[in-house]
Ligand binder design. Structure first.
Ligand code: NAD
Length: 337
């Protein structure tokens, strides 16, 4: 296959990180970009001077000759462009969460199977060297049976105005739900959750406990409450406890501290960092892996669509548990197997 002809839909905050990676992948040509707000084009035109701009993704898919679509619309607006593009024969990279209900997520999984297209979801921790190393060590038994994984993923209060459109479990916690499924190599059978809100309709804090079928326990702490003066926009900690060992991962690791006149900064190297003008890190590796899959015409073995459905199913149950104030049991029937 010649260069993958790619279009991007949703030109918001995270699309700029994707765009920088697309510009450096030589097997990719971004031929079209789309946002319902035409003001969004200005920041992307210089990166893709040959790309045509659209405000309607249907028109873009109908007009352009495309191999793949990168979907970065808000979480609850992934479903329609993904379904339409799969039916048009495109391969899809869609940011997490795959969808905002298990039923919608399952429709997308089935559509990808029916059309024989790659559907890869941005569960970026699978491409983070630390989590991949933890997976390899756990798989060879270094920590014994994993009994519990505690995952804190809290983000800056200043971003909540953007993300108060959906529970933090679907934006922040979803990363760790997928990571727990992956590292435990097991499914969740019950969740219990509580939430707290500072007056907004959507909670800005949700804590949850997951019970896995073989007895493992997952604990998630997610909020949008890091103060503006925090040295980093994120506070992430993962503590994996096994019978015979443990693994701890922290973000930002205090490997670098920058002190200005009035404040200290701890830069994060999670979603991307630049070395000599080139973006590196998990996002670059994740998108490069997607391109490899598209070129081979084969689904990813590292991250299957059904894994992304499982993450949505658990996130949905967490929210239900917090709203209803009771534990929610999951069975294989949830989300219509
Ligand atoms: N993997 C990660 O670490 C990570 C980090 C941030 C965001 N994300 C995910 O990326 C996705 C995008 O998030 P974001 O932070 O960029 O959000 P955002 O709100 O900044 O951007 C969304 C963009 O989509 C556009 N849009 C909305 N409806 C549209 C439509 N119907 N047609 C065309 N454009 C439309 C909006 O105008 C906006 O520009 C979300 O799924 C989010 O959870 C992932």
């Amino acid at each position: 296959m010649a260069a993958v002809r790619l279009a991007i839909v949703g030109l918001g905050r995270f699309a700029s990180a994707h765009a920088r990676v697309w510009t450096q992948l030589k097997d990719v040509e971004v031929v079209a970009i789309c946002d319902r707000n035409p003001d969004a084009f200005a920041a992307f035109r210089p990166l893709f001077p040959g790309a045509t701009c659209y405000t309607d993704w249907k028109e873009m898919i109908d007009t352009e000759t495309l191999d793949a679509l990168d979907v970065l619309t808000p979480e609850h607006l992934h479903v329609d462009p993904v379904l339409y593009a799969l039916a048009a024969g495109l391969h899809i990279f869609v940011e997490k969460p795959l969808a905002s209900t298990p039923e919608e997520a399952k429709r997308l999984v089935r559509a990808a199977e029916a059309h024989g297209r790659v559907l890869m979801v941005g569960h970026i921790l699978r491409f983070d060297a630390r989590y991949a190393a933890a997976k390899a060590r756990i798989a060879r038994g270094d920590a014994g049976t994993i009994r519990s994984i505690y995952a804190k993923r809290n983000n800056g209060k200043k971003y909540f105005h953007l993300y108060n459109r959906i529970s933090p479990i679907f934006i922040l916690g979803i990363h760790d739900i997928d990571m727990m499924h992956w590292l435990m190599d097991d499914d969740v059978c019950e969740v219990t959750a509580v939430r707290s809100s500072s007056g907004h309709e959507t909670e800005d804090m949700i804590w949850s406990m997951l019970k896995f079928e073989r007895g493992g326990i997952g604990i998630l702490e997610n909020n949008w409450l890091l103060p503006d003066g925090a040295a980093s926009f994120m506070d992430v900690r993962t503590e994996i406890t096994g019978d015979d060992g443990s693994v701890t991962i922290r973000d930002p690791e205090r490997g670098m501290e920058v002190i200005g006149g009035t404040a200290a900064e701890h830069p994060s190297f999670l979603t991307g960092y630049e070395v000599h003008g080139k973006v590196g890190g998990p996002l670059a590796d994740e998108l490069a892996h997607f391109v490899d899959c598209v070129k081979l015409g084969r689904p990813s073995e590292l991250l299957k669509p059904i894994d992304a459905w499982k993450a949505v199913r658990v996130a949905w149950a967490v929210r239900e548990s917090a709203v209803q104030g009771r534990p929610i049991r999951l069975t294989s029937e949830d989300g219509a197997e």
